[in-house]
Write a protein that binds this ligand. Structure first.
Ligand code: SF4
Length: 457
């Protein structure tokens, strides 16, 4: 017996009902066919529709699962507990835009609150359960980048990001020294006295933060390479890689910068790029191939991986003991985004004298410094809170030093480290010390401290 031919067949409540069906009982005719507001789009494909088309699948797969596991690993959520700034909300907003319930003007500011660390993608069961089988990974970082780009295209700007990118455009480098100008004429100043050639088959690319603020990092890298007898030069005319502009939504500017750099490599016969900064590494391995396709035929080598290899081959042998109790800070763009976490540990384990306490979230759920995704430019206070939380976790291990492999994380971590009485050291500098190299250069510090946060006019 079914409901239809049973005793209750005349009772509308017991009859199966689908809104809009022709044979629905008359009594139910008043129930609307749709329970959401109709989504009326103008004729022809709008940019908004194209956007929805591209991101609909990723956004709905998150929205329909609804578990929100990512919140617990999201560094912004950890320090703010603000539901509108979770990875879940970033997807839900795209669903709302797709349905015509919200506009880019209404949601753009929420998307500032993301460091693009990628933890949410790894924790997401949509990645965990189906990823291995379908080669699928939840694309929250890409969604955030795309919404930011859509906002800029639509004329919706965040004030500090707009001013940051205007200055980067004027100077061809990010304004990492605040009111102190940085420029093309000074981009190689960090290498004074090292006698490095220009151009050649292999060149070292130095990110803006390291080139102008934490100059001890590129100096350490260059001197270690020289010690190992590894031939390389510097770029003739190096501009910012464009990665931060792309992360903040200024994609046209990022592409112009990328084109300039590619032209420069071509003009000096460069075939291989040595990269010390994880953010540049992401730009060169993910953004540039998207911009140029097969035309981007430059080999990209991460310096940390190269140094681990040179140590393995016996071409570098750290011998000077470094008596410190350390833990390692996995830069998000190396560990979570690129799965590179073994080589830095190989380097640290080769340094005599270190008491290495590596029990500090060594896997993919590693902490974030808060220094990525343009967050320190718009919300330095949030970056500072995330870095402080990172240092609290390090302090529990009773260490005196936190070692990182990312110049962009070292400024906020270093500032938080002063309060926690923990020194923040770059891995390349530490290796140089153990190789007996006098590095020189600046480790940033009070002269440049807070420049990014204070430079928001
Ligand atoms: S874990 Fe993934 S699917 Fe779940 S709420 Fe977060 S982003 Fe969405």
């Amino acid at each position: 017996m079914t409901q239809l031919d049973g005793p209750g067949a005349s009772d509308p409540v017991s009859v199966p009902f689908t809104p809009g069906m022709r044979d629905n009982p008359e009594e139910l005719a008043a129930i609307p066919d749709e329970i959401v507001r109709a989504h009326v789009l103008p004729p022809g494909p709008t940019r908004s529709q194209e956007f929805s088309e591209q991101w609909r699948n990723a956004a709905y797969s998150c929205f329909s699962s609804g578990h929100k596991f990512c919140r617990e690993v999201c560094p912004v959520t950890q320090v703010t507990r603000n539901e509108s700034w979770t990875p879940t909300a970033f997807h839900a907003n795209v669903v709302a835009m797709d349905k015509g319930e919200m506009t880019i003007e209404e949601i753009a500011a929420d998307y500032v609150n993301c460091t693009q660390c990628g933890a949410c993608e790894l924790r997401c069961p949509n990645t965990l359960f189906t990823g291995d089988f379908y080669r699928f990974r939840t694309r929250t970082v890409d969604v955030v980048k795309a919404v930011r780009a859509f906002a800029v295209e639509s004329g919706v700007h965040q004030p500090a990001w707009q001013s940051w990118n205007e200055r980067t455009d004027e100077r061809s480098h990010e304004p990492v020294l605040g009111q102190t100008a940085v420029s093309q004429e000074h981009v190689r100043d960090w290498s004074d006295g090292l006698d490095l050639p220009i151009g050649g088959e292999t060149v070292l690319f130095v990110d803006c933060e390291a080139a102008f603020y934490r100059t001890s990092v590129p100096r350490a890298v260059a001197q270690i390479l020289q010690l190992a007898g590894y031939e390389f030069g510097l770029m003739g005319n190096q501009w910012c890689c464009g990665g931060p502009a792309a992360e903040m939504g200024y994609v046209d500017q990022a592409k112009r910068f990328a084109q300039h750099n590619l032209d420069d490599w071509r003009s000096t016969g460069t075939k291989r790029l040595l990269v010390l900064d994880p953010h540049d590494y992401i730009s060169f391995t993910e953004d540039y191939p998207k911009y140029f396709g097969a035309d981007f035929d430059i080999e990209v080598v991460l310096v940390v991986e190269l140094f681990a290899e040179l140590i393995r081959e016996g071409k570098l042998t750290p011998r000077v003991p470094v008596e410190r109790a350390i833990t390692y800070h996995d830069p998000c763009r190396l560990n979570k985004r690129k799965g590179i976490w073994k080589e830095p540990r190989e380097i640290l384990r080769s340094i005599p004298g270190l008491d290495f306490k590596d029990v500090d979230r060594v896997t993919q759920w590693s902490y974030c410094s808060g220094g990525g995704g343009g967050l320190p430019v718009e919300k330095p206070e949030l970056t500072a809170a995330i870095s402080a939380s990172r240092l609290e976790n390090a302090a529990r291990l009773d260490v005196d030093t936190l070692v990182s492999a990312c110049p962009w994380s070292e400024r906020p971590l270093g500032e938080a480290g002063e309060a926690a009485d923990i020194d923040v050291v770059d891995i390349h500098e530490m290796l140089a010390e153990s190789l007996g190299i006098e590095v020189g250069g600046s480790r940033g510090g009070s002269e440049g401290s807070g420049a990014r946060g204070g430079d928001r006019s």
